[in-house]
Design a protein around this ligand. Structure first.
Ligand code: AMP
Length: 450
């Protein structure tokens, strides 16, 4: 038996003909082409062995999501690496997990091989692996099973604004190495829609972005609040240019009420979902439509008792139990997020630890500190957020103790970490202040650098 996900993709491929399935930049894969192509690569991948298949998760390459499907058919988890990392570092991370590296030309040869491949048995097999920021100084791999992914999709496709969206266009902003992209890709593929990945160029240029959103007649936009705010800063991001936009799925960090209000004022008919969830539980686990009258204060992330998993509060921490939780956690994941319930709605209230969200990226200062302290001439390092008036992270500051030059530290970090984890501001101190029990005094440092 094949899983509903692959079964639906296959059925869509057989019935949707020339409609575009996957688009990135100038490239499109049509529905009728998709299944034969992915089977061809799947057969090659199955012949080649077992274990993860790693590739650069570039949003500019239309073959990348097709290769994901091939991996699912082959029963091998895919591992999309952050395209912002130097290729050498991407390969090192892949090699650390014993992954096979998939080059573009091998993928293309597989797609056109004409080979057939039956989908792997469903179930506990891992669908994908993603690296998230680790607390130990090293990125941490998280493996999500096909069951986890199916659980997410079963839940997400019943949400207001996402149910009944068959055949529509879903636009994704997140790189493939970021789990938010799971929402736009698989909703589009299972509902027989069109998936459009915004390229790096389009994300960096308002007029190109607007042209793309208009040309594809976007109906669902999956975005971080950071990117949503960028879109809203552009007056042409409007119903006149984007008449089909009917759902915005915002996830990955706190949604500022002002941004929510702005969107709802500009697109009065649009459903805005504030979704919440960690990579460890397949993309998102709670969501709630935001209305204008909610925008006077913090926005809820869900309704108590509803979601892809059971969400409980233990000493104020959000605990997730259920089918979406990655197998490594045995069905229960303590998120490190603080929360509360008020009038039946669930709210996010910060972190128990020092984890940050910057431009939607998840960042453990300890990871960056660990890398810095491994570089020559660094005795001790601390990485702290610079915050805006609403508490949002505006940038990172590295505080360094030791003789190393900032220039060489910047270069050293850029070899090992993606740009979002490379601090923009640097401070050198004779001695990093310590708390009475000898730990870095982060509170004092944060005050010093604000
Ligand atoms: P990631 O693993 O990158 O998806 O990051 C997961 C973390 O992002 C969560 O543990 C939260 O700290 C944060 N997060 C995700 N969605 C929301 C949201 N809607 N509101 C507040 N924080 C969020």
């Amino acid at each position: 038996m094949t899983g509903p996900l692959l079964e639906r993709v296959r059925a869509n491929s057989l019935s949707l003909g020339d409609r575009p399935a996957l688009t990135a930049g100038a490239d499109t894969i049509r529905w009728r082409e998709l299944w034969p192509m992915v089977q061809g690569l799947a057969a090659r991948l199955r012949e080649a062995g077992q274990g993860p298949v790693a590739l650069t998760g570039s949003p500019d390459r239309v073959w990348v999501p097709a290769a994901f499907l091939a991996c699912l058919i082959a029963g091998r988890p895919y591992l999309p690496l952050d395209p912002g990392l130097p290729l050498r570092r991407q390969r090192e991370l892949a090699a650390g997990l014993g992954a096979q590296w998939l080059e573009e030309r091998e993928a293309l040869a597989g797609f056109s091989s004409g080979l057939r491949c039956r989908p792997a048995e469903v179930g506990g097999q891992l669908a994908y692996l993603l690296f998230t920021s680790g607390t130990t100084g090293a990125p941490k791999p998280v493996g999500i099973s096909l069951n986890n992914l199916e659980s997410f999709l079963r839940w997400a496709s019943t949400l207001p604004g996402l149910a009944d969206s068959a055949g529509e266009t879903a636009v994704g902003q997140a790189a493939w190495s970021f789990d938010l992209s799971v929402a736009d890709l698989y909703l589009a593929l299972t509902q027989g829609g069109t998936h459009v990945a915004l390229t790096e160029g389009e994300k960096g240029d308002y007029s190109a972005l607007l042209r793309r959103l208009e040309a594809c007649d976007v109906s669902l936009l999956v975005t971080t609040p950071t990117f949503l705010r960028l879109c809203l800063a552009e007056p042409a991001f409007s119903p006149q240019r984007l008449p089909g936009l009917r759902t915005v799925f915002s996830c990955g960090e706190a949604l500022p009420p002002a941004a929510a209000r702005r969107l709802l004022d500009r697109f009065p008919g649009c459903t805005l979902l504030n979704a919440y969830g960690p990579t460890e539980a397949a993309c998102a686990v709670t969501a709630v439509p935001i209305s204008r009258d909610m925008c006077g204060g913090p926005l809820p992330i869900g309704r108590a008792g509803e979601g892809a998993v059971r969400v409980t509060l233990e000493e104020g921490e959000l605990i997730l139990t259920g089918e979406s939780v990655a197998p490594a956690f045995g069905g229960r994941y303590a998120t490190g997020d603080l929360g509360y319930v008020k009038e039946g709605l669930l709210y996010w209230a910060g972190r128990k630890d020092h984890q940050l969200k910057y431009k939607g990226y998840r960042i453990e200062p300890a990871e960056i500190e660990g890398v810095l302290e491994s570089l020559p001439g660094v005795e001790r390092a601390a990485v702290l957020p610079r915050r805006g008036p609403g508490g949002e992270v505006r940038g990172l500051t590295a505080v360094v103790e030791g003789p190393a030059h900032t220039g060489s530290l910047r270069t050293g970090l850029a070899r090992l970490l993606p740009p979002c984890k490379c601090p923009g501001q640097w401070v050198r101190l004779e001695r990093i202040p310590l708390t009475p029990n000898g730990k870095c005094d982060r509170k004092r440092l944060e005050e010093m650098i604000q």
